[in-house]
Each structure stands twice: as C-alpha cells, then as structure tokens.
Write a protein that binds this ligand. Structure first.
Ligand code: KIV
Ligand code: ZN
Length: 385
C-alpha cells in the first residue's frame, strides 16, 4: 500500500464557515500561497455557488496558486457542479468535490428522500462532474452515522461513476476512533472497486476526537486527510492539520508520510489566527503559546537536563523557536538560575538561595516573572549588598 498521505486543507472552505472568520479574496489568495508553501496537496478554496465573492475567490486562487490541486465544493446538483467547474477554469490542477447525505437521518430529515433516490442522485452528480473535470471527489455526508452496508453500496456506485476520491465525513463528530477506523477498514475490504479511488477522512471535533479519528482512519487504509489550520471550522471545528501531521511524524512506525514543511506550522497558525481573528488557545497542541513552555520546578529541572525529558517534539521542527522556561511561583532554583544566566548574571550557590527567596515573594505577587522583573530583582540585590 502506498504510504503517502495527501493533505487536503479546507481552512478556506469549512474553516471559513465559522461566524466572524470570513476573508476577502485578497486575504484568501495570501493564505492559499501560505498553504502552498506549507506543502499541502489540495486546497479546498471555496463553495462557488454560495456567493459571487466565493466564486471569485476560487477563480483568483486558481490563477495564483499552481502547485496544489484547487478544489471547489458543490452540492449534488448540476447548477452547483457547473458553477464549481466554471470557477476552476484557470486552475492547473482542479477537482470538484460533490456529494450528499449518506445516513438515514440525513436522507429522511434533510433530503426527505429514500436510499434508492439518493444513490441515483449521487451517481448522476459524479457522472456530470466527471464530464467537466477529470478529478472528482465524492463526499458521503454524515457517513459517521451511516449504515456501513449502505455506505459501501454508495461508495461502490460513485467510484463506478468515476469518483477518484471518496470522502467519508464524520460530519457531526460522533464516532469513536476505533469505530471510525473500523468503518474505513470495512470499505477497504468490501467495496469491490475501492482500489480505483483514494479514501479520504474528514472529521469534526464535537467530542474532541477529530484528530484521533482521522489518524485511525489513516491507519485503516485512508490516504487523504481533510483538515484546517488550528482546527478551525463549524461548531467545535475540524481536524487540526498540525496535529495529524505531527502525530504521523512523531510515530514513524506507522509508516505514513506527508509532504508538509513542518517548520511553517507555527508561522501559518499565527497568520490564520490574525487574519480570521480567532485566538489560538494557549494549551493547543503544536501551535499553542504554552505548547513548549515549562513552568513547574520538576519539569523545568528535567528539561534543562535534557529537553526530551518532557518534550516529544523539538519546537524548532514546528517553527516554534526554543522551549520556554516560564518563571512562576512553582519554578525551582534551576529555572531561575537558567534565566538569570541568559541575562548575564552568574550567581554562587548561596547568592542563588537568597535571590530565590526574593523571587518567590515576587512570583506570588506577579504570577509570571519576566526579564524586566528579574533585572529589577538583581538591581535591588546589588543595592542591598
Ligand atoms: O462535514 C462535512 O460533511 C462536510 C462536507 C461538505 C464534506 O464538510
Ligand atoms: Zn465538514
């Protein structure tokens, strides 16, 4: 089996659906170029039928970005599909992403339809898209809650109609990792023509399991992951690109590789956060402000002896600079000494003991002691000498 995992970034489509995160065309082009530099394989640039501005964004990104495949979303209706194809006119590598609901819940309560009618519509949509572009991805919406036997039937039918990629979304973020992995495995083993298409995972984070589910899907045969920078997206968000990429890198025995330039993960995270006005939580894996910060005495002592005592990733590898030793009232003498040495102070053991007592008083008051505070602490110590 091929071990390359295709990274399909949907920050500009599923990510941009978040209220308040909308970008204008110029911002989208800028971000698309950053995604190209990051090394993503596919950029889902928008949903062209949804608005003239989205159409224009897909069109302009198609002109400006040449390395990745540019993908446009559509519902499984001809008007949407044709509009997506028109927006992709200038793309060097283009893909239409079309689909509809696969779960009985969606079929009955959203489409007011039947499994039989849905199958006919799915096949028709893929055939029509295929008459316009070569690369067609089909999404089986709410596949996470769909009956797996019907799902397999649907996937076999759309591959027969020409789909090159089949997307199995856990649209509502409901699945547990082993269940989602089993669903992908079932498709891999029971869909007769599955070798003709790539299976894609697209997970939402309603239960905080999007990245875990995506990894399980990949471990069970999927070879494309749909994700967003910082995990932004509808409700609780989508799979975080940075998390899945680093899970695969940190576990080489999985033998799954991406093309991602990991040193650009932190810079692009900050760009997305700034452009979309979405702060990144401090404890977010890989890109949070505290992802490589150590504040308790025990951990700081361990990191200063050997970074790998408490870090499984080198922050430089993900563009996060150096590990940070944060001084708080929980810090120990080793951390204080380390930070003082960085400022040019070299203390004897007894001097350090005295300074440490003063530092603790300051830290209880200040919560976080920075370089300016340390300078002040040392100046006062010199005056009192
Ligand atoms: O979550 C989902 O099912 C989607 C599809 C449109 C792919 O975003
Ligand atoms: Zn989605």
């Amino acid at each position: 089996m091929d071990n390359k995992v295709y990274v399909f970034d949907t920050t500009l489509r599923d990510g941009e659906q978040v209220p308040g995160c909308q970008l204008n065309t110029e911002e989208k082009i800028e971000l698309a170029k950053e995604l190209e530099y990051l090394g993503v394989d596919i950029i889902e640039a928008g949903f062209p039928i949804s608005s003239p501005a989205d159409f224009r964004s897909v069109q302009e990104i198609s002109k400006a970005v040449k390395e990745p495949v540019i993908c446009a979303l559509s519902r499984a209706v001809e008007k949407d599909i044709k509009t997506a194809a028109d927006a992709l006119l200038y793309a060097k590598h283009k893909r239409i992403h079309t689909g509809l609901g696969a779960s009985d819940f969606h079929i009955q309560n959203k489409f007011k339809s039947t499994r039989e009618q849905i199958l006919v519509q799915a096949v028709h949509a893929v055939k029509y898209a295929k008459s316009l572009v070569e690369d067609v991805e089909f999404f089986a919406e709410d596949a996470g809650r769909a009956d797996v036997v019907f799902l397999a039937q649907m996937i076999e039918a759309v591959i027969g109609a020409g789909a090159t990629v089949v997307n199995i979304p856990d649209t509502t973020g409901y699945c547990l990792p082993h269940e989602y992995g089993a669903k992908i495995k079932y498709l891999k083993e029971n869909v007769k023509n599955i070798h003709k298409a790539i299976i894609s995972v697209h997970c939402h984070n309603d239960l905080g399991l999007a990245s875990a589910n995506s990894v399980y899907g990949l471990m069970n045969g999927a070879r494309q992951v749909e994700c967003t920078i910082n995990g932004i997206g509808e409700r609780a968000g989508n799979t975080s690109l940075e998390e899945v990429v680093m899970v695969l890198k940190a576990h080489p025995y999985l033998n799954l590789q991406t093309n991602i330039n990991t040193q650009h993960l932190n810079p692009i995270s900050r760009i997305v956060s700034r452009m979309m006005r979405m702060p990144v939580q401090a404890n977010k894996a890989i890109v949070g402000a505290n992802a490589f910060a150590h504040s308790s005495g025990i951990h700081q002592d361990g990191v200063l002896k050997n970074r790998e005592n408490y870090e499984i990733i080198d922050p430089a590898e993900v563009g996060a600079g150096d590990s940070k030793i944060v001084l708080t009232a929980r810090s120990g003498r080793a951390a204080l000494n380390f930070r003082l040495e960085k400022l040019g102070f070299s203390l004897e053991r007894e001097e350090l003991n005295v300074t440490y007592e003063k530092f603790l008083i300051m830290a209880d008051r200040k919560k976080n002691v920075d370089d300016l505070d340390l300078q002040q602490l040392m100046e006062e110590a010199l005056v009192l000498k």
